[in-house]
Design a protein around this ligand. Structure first.
Ligand code: ATP
Length: 311
């Protein structure tokens, strides 16, 4: 029995610091992940996401701090840790001539269990079971890595950029599988640059910047906590709002794009009803009105000041 059996906390990180020589890659971060939670680590290149995952996986040794996974000390009890965690290996971690069948056999032998060939079928690799790794597509390699990571039914699954470089359909399929693991009770910690991925998958997200956590919350709360401007785009028959000077309440900024007049609003309800009144008052006709709430990406850029975009 591990101490996590009596607690709802599956991962505890306290005052964790990691240095490479004189450079501090992770600077005293603290967070917790609940049992069954899907937790996203989000941040620009070099923020410290992979370093954090690798220390939790027992691959790297932190300089200070406490890291516990499923009640196990990730620094001093790596043998027990390996039995309860699953790690989705990057392509570089796999011999190029190995086949999915061989890889599954070796991984399961390590965990002293029969090979889970059914998982290869389940993950769409049925026809590729005897194909060498280097002949698999990127998506197939990523599916194999996921199959190997979950074969021993780990209690905690670590995913580092699980869908980077995949086409939209493969990405959606992997997202669906990751969601199923969560439904089955697996705790998942996911490092990603991909805001949309974090927004659809993660229950909570920590935003890392220069080795520090600048925010941690649910994607919805994080976006709501930002400047919170909602984009309202309006297209009318006569374009009266494009040049109109009518005062619209709670608008922080105006712009135009193609035939749309765009309003960045602090209060959707008041702005939308004033816009409709203005259209009617100008004897114009409403053709299209779109309301877009700020995305996690908007909030991420706001918090990190990363104007170059992500990745
Ligand atoms: P990315 O999104 O680019 O993968 P990341 O958030 O995962 O970035 P890390 O890989 O954890 O970031 O790297 C954090 C910082 O530590 C970076 O500045 C990186 O250059 C540095 N770093 C990582 N590994 C080493 C190492 N083995 N030796 C020296 N510095 C390292």
């Amino acid at each position: 029995m591990t101490d996590d059996d009596s607690t709802e906390t599956m991962i505890t990180v306290r005052g964790f610091t990691k240095r490479y020589g004189g450079f501090t890659a992770v600077d005293g971060i603290t967070f917790e992940v609940a049992r069954g939670e899907m937790f996203g680590l989000l941040g620009p290149n070099g923020a410290g996401k992979t370093t954090t995952l690798e220390c939790l996986e027992g691959i790297r040794t932190p300089d200070s701090g406490m890291l516990r996974v499923a009640g196990i000390d990730a620094v001093h009890d790596r043998r027990r840790l390996r039995a309860v965690i699953g790690v989705q290996l990057q392509a570089s971690g796999m011999p190029e001539n190995i086949t999915p069948d061989e890889a599954m056999k070796i991984f399961c032998a390590y965990h002293r269990m029969p090979p889970r060939y059914d998982l290869l079928e389940r993950l769409g690799l049925g026809e590729k079971r005897r194909t060498q790794f280097h002949e698999l597509s990127t998506g197939q390699q990523r599916r194999l890595a996921l199959a190997l990571a979950i074969a021993h039914a780990p209690r905690v699954l670590f995913l580092d950029e699980p869908t980077a470089g995949l086409d939209v359909q493969t990405r959606a399929e992997l997202h669906e599988m990751i969601r199923e693991l969560k439904v089955a009770g697996t705790t998942v910690i996911l490092a990603t640059h991909d805001m949309a991925e974090a927004e659809v998958l993660a229950d909570r997200v920590a935003i890392l910047l220069n080795g520090c956590i600048v925010a941690v919350d649910t994607p919805i709360a994080l976006t709501a906590a930002g400047a919170g401007l909602t984009k309202i785009s309006v297209h009318t028959a006569a374009g009266s709002l494009l040049t109109g000077t009518a005062a619209i309440p709670d608008v922080a900024q105006r712009a135009t794009k193609d035939d749309y007049a765009i309003f960045y609003s602090r209060n959707i309800g008041r702005t939308v009803s004033a816009l409709i009144e203005a259209v009617n008052a100008g004897n114009d006709t409403l053709i299209d009105l779109r309301v877009e709430r700020p995305s996690l990406e908007d909030r991420f850029l706001e918090l990190t000041g990363n104007k170059r975009g992500l990745g």
